[in-house]
Design a protein around this ligand. Structure first.
Ligand SMILES: [Ca+2]
Ligand SMILES: [Ca+2]
Ligand SMILES: [Ca+2]
Ligand SMILES: [Ca+2]
Length: 362
């Protein structure tokens, strides 16, 4: 069952027929096995100092790139982006590794408050305090002209969660630059999965590449959730590239080794939709090192409210050992912590720098 691609929280989220009024699920589909740190010791939190910064997206900002830097090579710093006051992140940089430079690109809603959450992954206690720099770049994504290289042909049989299970459509494409077009079709609502439609397509790549995967589907914002992601057919596992439609599109980046892959689209709603929604999935070569490079400008905001105990701005605890139904992410029980009020409105084509200190807490 490919439903194992969905994190438990997502299944819960879908089953509840979430309409956006309650906290979103942890939405990076299938990422946990490859990009989130392995579980550490059985502590309440996998991080000690957690620092949260609130900013707002500008009226035409629908995408962000974020880069986290820190000195040395002993700390494993991570960051996540949350809609303010929600515990379901929309993505971040959580690679396992102690070298600086966690980078990602995310779709966001314009004119919306978000939290940037930064922590040092240190389940057995951090070795030292670490000063960090976050570079935030506002962007306006526009799909532009995308010529379909393959268009869905077998909607009725390309759903791997159907009974009997369907299989992918072989696109014949062999490139890290592809555009696949399809439709979130109505007429076969799955009451077990609460899925409107699931579509899968196979393609191959012949060389490793950094790629950007984008997803557009006019009208998809009306659905509960639409996910897009890549699946390694040979290894039968996620490759950590994919995400969720947010606002008017979805975007995810990562390194894609040469291989045999599936493009998967999963659309969920409490009930069937009245008409199909066309979509386009694009995979293109990316140059992450040249985008939103580390800012050395005077800090736009510097952490100021962590207090003597370094818990003044924590807001969210993250426990990778949490077992369903206990969520991985929970708001702190403190009633006094508050996200750092950066006052920043992130405009397109503009870079911001936030600095902070991940404290030594034993
Ligand atoms: Ca803190
Ligand atoms: Ca289908
Ligand atoms: Ca379809
Ligand atoms: Ca701090």
């Amino acid at each position: 069952m490919r439903s194992t691609r969905l994190l438990p929280a997502i299944i819960l989220f879908v089953a509840c027929g979430n309409n956006g009024a309650t906290p979103d699920a942890h939405i990076i589909v299938g990422d946990s096995s490859t990009t989130i740190d392995a579980p550490g010791l059985n502590l309440v939190d996998s991080y000690m100092d957690r620092d949260t910064f609130q900013f707002t997206t500008g009226a035409t900002t629908n995408q962000l790139s974020l880069r986290l830097n820190w000195p040395g090579n002993t700390a494993d710093m991570d960051y996540l982006v949350f809609p303010a006051n929600k515990t379901g992140d929309i993505g971040g940089g959580t690679a396992i590794g102690t070298m600086e430079d966690e980078f990602t690109t995310l779709a966001v809603k314009p004119s919306t408050p978000y939290w940037l959450w930064v922590g040092q992954y240190s389940p057995s206690g951090p070795p030292a305090a670490v000063a960090y720099d976050a570079t935030i770049c506002g962007e306006t994504y526009a799909a532009g002209t995308q010529t379909c290289q393959y268009t869905e042909m077998s909607d009725a049989t390309n759903d791997y969660n159907a009974t009997p299970a369907g299989t992918f459509e072989a696109t014949g494409l062999t490139s890290t630059a592809v555009v696949v077009c399809g439709t979130i079709n109505n007429g076969h609502f799955n009451t077990n999965a609460m899925s409107v439609d699931i579509d899968s397509y196979q393609f191959r790549t012949t060389a490793a590449a950094d790629v950007m995967m984008t997803f557009t589907a006019p009208g998809a914002a009306a659905l509960d959730a639409v996910y897009f992601f890549l699946w390694d057919i040979t290894a039968n596992q996620s490759v950590g590239i994919g995400g969720r439609f947010v606002g008017d599109h979805g975007v995810s980046i990562g390194n894609l080794p040469a291989g045999n892959y599936e493009i998967d689209i999963e659309a969920y709603a409490p009930a069937d939709i009245a008409a199909g929604l066309p979509y386009k999935v694009k995979i293109a070569v990316d140059t992450p090192a040249t985008r939103c490079t580390k800012s050395t400008m005077t800090a736009s905001y510097t952490e100021a409210n962590d207090g003597a105990d370094n818990k003044g701005n924590d807001m969210i605890q993250i426990d990778y050992n949490a077992m369903t139904p206990t969520p991985t992410n929970t708001l702190t029980t403190s009633t006094t912590d508050m996200a750092e009020p950066t006052g920043l409105t992130v405009a397109p084509a503009t870079t911001y720098r936030i600095t902070g200190n991940s404290a030594l807490i034993q």
